[in-house]
Design a protein around this ligand. Structure first.
Ligand code: AMP
Length: 250
């Protein structure tokens, strides 16, 4: 069984992002970039499927700048067998990314596509759903457990207020939620080995994909700063302040 795992290069989750001085976009100058955390969970799940003998090959794919090779090398160090980078310097929106991934899916014919539920840069939560629709695959989003048996995937999904279990015929697409697993760290020997694993490159034009954006980013800004809190002496002062200063009770 072949697994295709989609990996996005994003600003590292520890970085406090800032808008550019003209507020046209997020400032990415000298900012640490990493694998999107939910994609790391998807890679880990693929590796566990291979360790269980369910998967035979893991192909990691990314759409992004040349530097996204770094994140693909990390996926290779975590256990992917080979990688594909669709290079572009444009900031693509989910539909264009889904179309590029669909073209890769057509040439790779995976049995299952694993993705993150969301990329922490754009917070779109769209690419998996769009790719499943384009590929005509069944989809299970927000997965917290995946089991595969006899050509079927059974997936437990995290939904509001509980869990939902769904069964999908393969090929299928599953997006990973936070509790699916805890990703391992890449060991030094595996990081070295990953340097020799195959990483193929193509472009959206090679794949015949229209990457024109349909949405224009008008601006970004930080949320309003919260004022510092204060300590009050007693409950009476608290009630007084809530009534007369904050005016949240009457
Ligand atoms: P999003 O719809 O942007 O929140 O992203 C959801 C998931 O789609 C991510 O966790 C990735 O698995 C995949 N994805 C999004 N953008 C890319 C990209 N440029 N390259 C590879 N995978 C991507």
């Amino acid at each position: 069984m072949k697994v295709l795992v989609a990996v996005k290069r994003v600003v590292d989750y520890n970085v406090k992002v800032r808008p550019k001085s003209d507020n046209t976009d997020v400032d990415l100058a000298n900012v640490k970039m990493s694998i999107n955390p939910f994609c790391e969970i998807a890679v880990e799940e693929a590796v566990r499927l291979k360790e269980k003998g369910v998967a035979t090959e893991i192909v990691a794919v990314s759409v992004g700048p040349q530097q996204a090779q770094e994140q693909l090398r990390t996926a290779l160090a975590l256990g992917a067998d080979r990688a594909i980078l669709v290079t572009t310097d444009n900031d693509l929106e989910p539909l264009a990314i889904a179309k590029c991934l669909k073209a890769v899916c057509d040439s790779e014919s995976p049995d299952i596509i694993l993705m993150g539920k969301q990329a922490i840069d754009g917070d779109n939560n769209q690419t998996g759903q769009m790719l499943a629709a384009l590929a005509g695959f069944g989809q299970a989003t927000f997965a917290s457990e995946i089991s595969i048996d006899a050509g079927k995937a059974t997936v437990i999904r995290e939904v509001d207020g509980g869990l939902q279990t769904v069964a999908l015929n393969l090929p299928a697409l599953v997006t990973a939620d936070l509790r699916l697993n805890e990703p391992r760290y890449a060991s030094l020997p595996n990081i070295m080995k990953a340097k020799k694993k195959p990483l193929d490159m193509s472009t959206p034009a090679d794949l015949g994909v229209d990457i024109a954006n349909r949405v224009t980013l008008l601006g970004v800004e930080l949320p309003a700063e919260r004022q510092a809190g204060i300590k009050v002496e007693d409950v009476a002062t608290l009630v007084d302040k809530l009534k007369n200063e904050a005016k949240v009770i009457s």
